[in-house]
Design a protein around this ligand. Structure first.
Ligand SMILES: [Zn+2]
Ligand SMILES: [Zn+2]
Length: 268
């Protein structure tokens, strides 16, 4: 399977507007790989995208992606869903107020209830402009698209607010868990992954999010063949500096991991 990291940024993409820290100034001046859009993954085999933050149009244009058939949502947070408008309305014929094409939108049931409250326009996109074919999914559901199987993984089973997706094709397994994995109670069920794409966790060890060191311990437990670390927060890079990437690789030489960057291509 072929995957592309469309965005590797955190809750606030890098550069953060207004910020004059060294990380943001460099990202503003040099662009990629220092610039990081909201976390999002492109699955080339099925023209699929997982999550769409506010800057999804920029991410899709940067990779010259020409169509999206399938869009998956992990949870309602803005950095994962506030790009629903640009990605869905990109298929709208504004003169006729009709879609050129519809996107299959996969949203966990519980997430959808919250999404309707947080983004009330979603009802308009679905029921008036008819831009999507809505698939309400739940923990344990398996979605078959071509040769690919995508399983819905609730961090706390069917009571979850946050989900990951397990992507399987031709005997390979990739788990995409880009955000809020502190609540991922079921992670031990995933001990045979070819690739884990996981949020970074906080170097600072703040208790509201998983810490980077706790993430490394999890990886040691479930032993994916490789891990790519995404959802990298500007505020953490600002505090710890870019050199912390190399430092943390040296600190965990037994863990096979790399930090993501926007446009990173993955073939597995
Ligand atoms: Zn900054
Ligand atoms: Zn997030």
């Amino acid at each position: 399977m072929k995957l592309t990291i469309l965005g590797s940024g955190g809750a606030i993409p890098t550069p953060r507007p207004f910020c004059q820290c060294i990380i943001c100034r460099k990202a503003r001046k040099l662009g990629e790989p220092y610039k990081r859009n909201s976390s999002s993954l492109f699955i080339q085999d099925i023209n699929g995208v997982i999550d769409c933050g506010e800057d999804i149009a920029d991410s899709l244009n940067k990779r010259n992606i020409q169509k999206i058939d399938n869009l998956f949502i992990t949870h309602w947070h803005p950095d994962h869903t506030f790009g629903l408008r640009p990605i869905l309305q990109a298929n709208l014929d504004f003169e006729k107020d009709k879609p050129y094409k519809k996107i299959n939108l996969y949203v966990p049931k519980k997430t959808f209830e919250t999404l309707k409250e947080k983004i009330s326009a979603i009802d308009y996109f679905i029921n008036v402009q008819k831009l999507v074919v809505l698939h309400l999914v739940d923990d344990g559901d398996k979605i078959k698209i071509g040769d690919m199987k995508i399983s819905v993984v609730g961090y706390k089973g069917k009571q979850s607010d946050i989900y990951a997706y397990l992507i399987e094709s031709k005997g390979k397994k990739v788990l995409y868990a880009p955000c809020d994995t502190i609540s991922f109670d079921n992670y031990k069920n995933f001990s045979n992954l070819d690739l884990l794409i996981n949020e970074c966790g906080l170097f600072s060890g703040d208790k509201t999010e998983i810490s980077f060191s706790a993430l490394m311990e999890r990886i040691r437990e479930i032993k994916p063949k490789k891990t790519i670390i995404t959802h990298i927060e500007e505020i953490e890079l600002n505090e710890f500096g870019e050199k912390h990437f190399e430092k943390s690789k040296k600190q965990y030489p037994d863990v096979n991991f790399d930090f993501a960057y926007d446009g990173m291509k993955i073939k597995i």
